[in-house]
Design a protein around this ligand. Sequence first.
Ligand code: ZN
Length: 308
Amino acid sequence: MQTAYITHPACLRHEMGSGHPESPARIQAIEDQLIASRLYDFLQHHEAPRATYAQLARVHHAAYIREIEAARPVRGLRMLDPDTSMNPYTWEAALRAAGAVVLGTDLVVSGQAENAFCNVRPPGHHASRSGAMGFCIFNNIAVGVAHAMEHHKIERVAIVDFDVHHGNGTEDIFHDDSRVMLCSSFQHPFYPYLGAETASDRMIPAPLPAYTDGRGFRAAVTDRFVPALEDFAPQMVFVSAGFDAHRDDEMSSLRLVEDDYAWVTRRIMEIAAKHAGGRIVSALEGGYALSALGRSAVAHIRVLSGGE
Ligand SMILES: [Zn+2]
């Protein structure tokens, strides 16, 4: 069996203005490195479908979905928050990005793929039930998690979020859902200035001070995430795969490198193999230093595909 690789051309047409770090070049940087590393040919390629209204409505308020649909500009940009805007193609890209994670879930649960990586944008983990934020419009991972639980009747799902920013939207959506554990590592204190304090024993934060390198990151994963995940015994694992904690990424001050992304992917695969029949669906979140993003995503995908 193969790793499914899911993307869509619409994800290249969503743009938030020249010079915006969350750019279409991010998708291409990953694809270029996949081709250069020869991993590309070993993946099972899929075009992302559109998420349906019903799939989105499992995690977003109906009024919010309608508000985004109505906000589509005919030309130019429409601002949703100070960092996030829509162009005429954003609505389509947002539906495809969420739909990619739904397809990845279907492929992995049905056994058609071993696991899946969704190379999509806009990213999702800052999007809450009723708000766009931090480059995110729909919470792609949350849409996939809800699909796994509601459609496939998966009873316990873990999300590992190693983006440098806390996945506050994902926490907002699943904070009170006993079926979901969220393990989120992030620079702290740092945007969005949330997540370090939580009353839930299923919300597992790993706040990391600025300049933390791979050693500190690995210790947090080993000491906080792994024991919590072992106890929770998820039947499926989702990954909010942001690569903006890389030392070359000027978005943050953490100091991870490609090996750290390969390492955490192996830990996730061990948990998934033990409890979840190996079922993993991963989706791109952040990562803005294009070369480091491409190399880091390939390190992640190479481990997922068993290629090391
Ligand atoms: Zn981020």
